[in-house]
Design a binder for this molecule. Structure first.
Ligand code: ZN
Length: 217
């Protein structure tokens, strides 16, 4: 079955359901958004929603430039600033997946780097930025997360809290978010198998460059 297309709210509902089904987060741990193509507007999950039960009325359409609610649910997630700040910092990004994945957050809290071991981890995630704790739901957190990705990174761990993962499409952000937590789980498994945290072998560095070269027109 191909990835859902069409209404962005349906695509985000698919991400939410899959995130819970695969054990990436527990029921309400995160919020999701997608930018309307070419518009100063994005759909963000509403407050008090469960990620595995998202319906179209549970999204708010926000103006990216000032956060005004334009349509849909009147009360967006308390983390809505994370989404608008990031879209303002990254015009190339059209989807943001903010989740609370346990293993990624645990490794960052322990000071362990998340190693990108497999070709999938390396291709989709590329780079993981780790930021210190900032109180969730604040303008400070939103600004810090936007600053962390301004240089082009697409995966950020927000200390003791969650991740912010970006993509040009909902599908790409989804693959990145899943591969980030998968890389964290693989790293944790390597540590439990007795590997020193700094000695876990990463995917060979030439892999992504070779893939991009082969796919170039
Ligand atoms: Zn959060």
């Amino acid at each position: 079955m191909s990835y859902p297309s069409g209404d962005l709210r349906d695509q985000l509902a698919h991400v939410g359901a899959e995130a819970v089904r695969s054990g990436l987060v527990v029921g309400s741990g995160g919020n999701l958004s997608a930018r309307e193509p070419g518009a100063d507007a994005c759909w963000v999950t509403a407050t008090d929603t469960w990620l595995d039960r998202l319906q179209r009325p549970e999204f708010s359409l926000l103006r990216i430039s000032d956060g005004a609610v334009l349509d849909g649910h009147p009360t967006p997630s308390s983390e809505w600033r994370l989404h608008t700040h990031t879209y303002r910092a990254r015009p190339d990004v059209n989807a943001l997946i903010h989740l609370h994945p346990q293993t990624s957050v645990l490794l960052a809290a322990l000071g362990h780097e998340i190693t990108l071991v497999t070709t999938d981890h390396s291709y989709y995630v590329r780079e993981v930025v780790v930021r210190p704790y900032v109180r969730p739901g604040t303008d400070g957190l939103a600004q810090d997360a936007a600053d962390a990705v301004a240089g082009g990174a697409n995966a950020v761990i927000l200390g003791h809290h969650g991740c912010s993962v970006l993509g040009e499409t909902v599908e790409l952000a989804h693959k990145r978010a899943f591969n980030l937590e998968e890389a964290a789980r693989t790293t944790a498994m390597a540590i439990m198998l007795g590997t020193q945290a700094g000695a876990i072998p990463a995917c060979p560095p030439g892999y992504v460059e070779a893939m991009l070269r082969d796919r170039a027109p």
